[in-house]
Design a protein around this ligand. Structure first.
Ligand SMILES: [Zn+2]
Length: 83
């Protein structure tokens, strides 16, 4: 098989198997909430959001949205220690 084709197939396979293949170590995103924009960041299982709810409970709809998007590639926020 052509090596360019095999790289593309490999990439598609890795992407399809993302929950087993990919583990996110850290990221920072801006989430456009209904009332304000929020910065959600993650570092090796530690979730942070700049909203009030995250400060009180350690979890909020913004963090939960990112968990939903990233699936098993991240550690669940509910198990994390509140900040
Ligand atoms: Zn939040």
């Amino acid at each position: 098989m052509d090596s360019a084709v095999s790289r593309i197939l490999k990439a598609k396979q890795y992407a399809a198997e993302r929950d087993q293949r990919v583990k996110v170590h850290s990221f920072e995103v801006e989430l456009h909430g209904d009332n304000a924009n929020h910065i959600v960041s993650y570092h090796r299982g530690d979730w942070v959001c700049d909203c009030e709810e995250a400060a009180l409970r350690g979890v909020c709809p913004h963090i939960m949205a990112m968990e939903e998007i990233l699936g098993d590639s991240v550690e669940p926020a509910l198990l994390a220690t509140p900040h």
